[in-house]
Design a protein around this ligand. Sequence first.
Ligand SMILES: [Zn+2]
Length: 127
Amino acid sequence: MELTHQCLACGNALVGRSDKKFCDAYCKSSYHYKKSIDGQRGSFYNVVNNQLKKNRRILSYFNKAGKAVIRSSTMLERGFNPKFFTHYWRNGKGDIYFFVYEYGFLKRKEHGVEKYILIKWQDYMKL
Ligand SMILES: [Zn+2]
C-alpha cells in the first residue's frame, strides 16, 4: 500500500515513499530558500535593524522642523522603542541625548507628563 502525503513546498499530494518530501528539485530548493529568508527575518541582527529603522521613521515623522517636543506615549504607541539607538551625545549641561542615526531624543518630565525632546544631529556635535 502506498502512503499519500504532501509536498512541503507546494502542498501537492505525493505518492510513494513516505520519506519523500517534495515533488521535485524545484520544490525542494524553493522550500529551503523560503526557510532561509524566514530565518533571517527572525535573526537578532534583523530584529535590531528593523527596530532601529522603525525608530528612525518615527523620529523623522515627529521632527520635521529639526526640533520638537512630543509626549513619549504618542511615540511609544507608534512602536518607538527607546532602548534601540545608535549612539549618544552629551550637551554642555550634561544631558545625554540618544540618537538613532541623525535623529536624537532626550526624555524629560514636564508637569508630570513624560516627553521626548527631539533634535537633529549637528556638525558641532562630536562623537
Ligand atoms: Zn511540490
